[in-house]
Design a protein around this ligand. Structure first.
Ligand code: SF4
Length: 398
């Protein structure tokens, strides 16, 4: 029975990816990583006269007030692109919210990470509250509308309440502090530059990366009803533009974190449950303090293949439940930090990278070649995989 299901799922995938596919029709992702590296260079070159000087000024501001451990100008540039994109995607909806228990929603999304046992109940509650309060029909904003700072603040509160976009909100709160010390006109010019850059990005990213995201728009159009009342509605219905922004974001974060990651000795690769050949009740992974560890019950299982590679090259593999508390990977006092490679699909990868950074975990990331888990994406579930060559490149192993 299981074999039949697997066979059916793989046939489905070969026909059409659910939303994105780095390898195109289930083939190895031969061109994606060179393509995204080249496109990221182009984006940063385009940002040189516009966003990069703003990012550099923001970095000086953070340094002057000691607001955070300084990161690279490229990371702050990416945050501006991300801000412009999220404003364009969700700003009108955030402004349409009249009243919402924003704090309660934000707290619930933290609880579900810390209390895995009651997560299903919390998710039902979040789904209802999000649908009732966070999803009013978006306001029609006039062409060229620029948000004021109080309107930016409303967007940030909305993003935080969604839970899925909390890490984005955390970063924008600091940007907001920067904008508050500037003259209002200067702050508006920055917002305008971020929005304008996102518009340029949307256009060019379609031809640079669109091959890998053929079904994002049609998935949202066909399946949005299915996600009504569900807590994963936002993360599963993200726009094609957001997919492309996250592809570039993952590349920028990997470049920025690479140096620290390579100073670590112990390594762990964290894979999602959808990379197992067998479902949760049948997978024979053993429980450990770091999370479930594969015992190799199924030779063809993608997680088992990684485990075997880890055995040869000195890294461990753990299966990470969705929305886990990543603070676990922060080094305890006196311990050597472990380098962590996070593996996830495009809707959660960058947020996870930022969260690991917030906990000072030296991290890198590798994308799943496609999404397919049963909980969020596919009725039967499709066993997902990553590009082993990319993982080896990141770990610098032969
Ligand atoms: S091979 Fe490992 S990860 Fe795959 S199903 Fe078996 S125990 Fe689970």
């Amino acid at each position: 029975m299981r074999m039949n299901k697997e066979a059916a799922s793989k046939t489905d995938l070969l026909k059409e990816p659910i939303t994105y596919d780095l390898g195109l029709r289930g083939q190895p992702s031969l061109t994606y990583y060179p393509d995204v590296a080249k496109f990221t260079d182009l984006v940063l070159a385009r940002a040189a006269p516009s966003l990069i000087p703003i990012a550099a000024e923001y970095r000086n501001f953070l340094s002057t007030y000691g607001l955070e451990e300084l990161r690279s100008v490229e990371e702050y540039t990416f945050e501006l692109l991300n801000f412009g994109t999220l404003w364009r995607t969700y700003g009108a909806r955030a402004l349409a919210v009249k009243f919402a228990p924003l704090r309660t929603l934000a707290t619930l999304s933290e609880w579900r990470k810390k209390h895995q046992r009651i997560k299903p109940a919390i998710d039902v509650l979040r789904g209802v509250l999000m649908t009732v309060f966070l999803m009013p029909p978006p306001k029609q904003l006039p062409e060229g509308f620029l948000p004021s700072l109080p309107q930016v603040e409303r967007l940030i509160a909305w993003l935080e309440a969604t839970g899925d976009l909390r890490e984005d909100a955390v970063r924008f709160i600091r940007w907001q502090a920067f904008w508050l010390v500037l003259a209002p006109e200067q702050a508006q010019n920055i917002v305008k530059a971020a929005i304008g850059f996102s518009k340029w990005f949307e256009e060019v990213s379609r031809s640079a990366l669109g091959t890998y995201t053929p079904n994002v728009d049609s998935f949202s159009a066909l399946h949005s009803d299915r996600y009504y009342w569900r807590e994963d509605r936002i993360s599963c219905l993200r726009s094609r533009l957001e997919y492309h922004v996250n592809m570039v974001g993952a590349e920028i974060l990997n470049r920025a974190f690479r140096g620290v990651f390579h100073q670590t000795k112990g390594r762990a690769v964290l894979v999602p449950g959808c990379m197992r050949a067998r479902p949760e009740g049948e997978c024979e992974a053993e429980r450990t303090v770091d999370g479930p560890r594969c015992t190799g019950c199924t030779p063809a299982c993608h997680t088992n293949q990684l485990r075997a590679l880890g055995g040869k090259h000195g890294f461990e593999v753990f299966i990470l439940p969705h929305a886990s508390d990543l603070s676990h990977w922060s080094a305890k006092p006196g311990d050597e930090p472990r380098g962590v490679v996070g593996v996830a699909c495009l809707s959660t990868l960058v947020g996870g990278g930022w969260e690991l950074k917030r906990y000072a975990v030296p991290a890198q990331c590798v994308l799943l070649d496609y999404c397919g888990c049963k909980k969020h994406w596919h009725e039967q579930g499709i066993e997902t995989k990553l590009d082993i060559r990319e993982l080896k490149r990141i770990l610098e192993i032969g």
